[in-house]
Design a protein around this ligand. Sequence first.
Ligand code: SAH
Length: 226
Amino acid sequence: MHIAVITLFPAYFEGPLAVGTVARAVAAGVLDVELVALREYGVGNHRQVDDAPFGGGAGMVLMAGPLTDAVEGREDSHRVLLTPAGHRLDQATLDHWATLDSLTLVCGRYEGVDERFTEASIDEEVSLGDYVLAGGEAAAVSVIEGVARLLPGVLGNPASIEIESFRDGLLEEPQYTRPAVFRDRPVPPVLLSGDHGRIAAWRAEQRIERTRSRRPDLLGEYPPRH
Ligand code: SAH
C-alpha cells in the first residue's frame, strides 16, 4: 500500500516511521510512505503557502494553489483531509482504508485550508476527535499506524486483530500478565482455572460490562453492523 502525506513538516514523521509496527510494515514492503513537502509547491521566491483569511480574522489559511498542485495527479488515490470538521476516525474507516492501494493524507496547519481546495480535491474529511491540534500531522501518524497494523503479514499474531477493542463493537476486556499477585492484587481467579469455556465466558461478560459502564454509546451499535 502507498500512503502519500502532504505536509509542511516532513521531519515530523521521521520518528514515527522509524519504529515499531510502521517501520516493520515498511521493511516488509507492504507499506510505502511518501512524504510530500508542501513548501515545494509554494508560490514565488519565498515559496509562500499561506495567506490572511478573506473577511478578516486571526491566523493564516493554507492557499488552495499549492495544496492543489501537491495532490495533482493523485486522483486515483483516496484523498483524505485531516480536519476537526471531518467525521470522527473509527476502526471501520481504517479497516476500509487498509484495503486500498493508495491513500493521500493532507495535513492542515495554522487556521486550516482554503475550502475550495477541499471541495475540488478531497474525497473524505476525517477528524481525530473533538479537540484542536496544531496541525494534521499527529492525525496522519495515527492513520498510518492504524492502517499499517492491518496490512497482511505485519502483526505476528493476526488473532490480536480479530479480537480487540471495537472489532465487535465492544471494548476489550481487562488484561493481566505475570505475576499472579501484584502488590496484594490477585488476577481474577478464573484466568488461572485452565477452563477455556469459563474464561471465554468471563471475557465476553467483561467486554459487555466495560462497554456498558464506559462507552454506552457503543452499545447502540451492538450487535455490530459489519
Ligand atoms: N481553525 C480550525 C483548526 C485549525 S488547526 C478550526 O477551528 O476548525 C490546524 C490544522 O490541524 C487543521 O487544518 C487540521 O489539519 C489539523 N487538525 C486540528 N485538529 C484536528 C483534529 N481533531 N483532527 C484532525 N486534524 C486536526
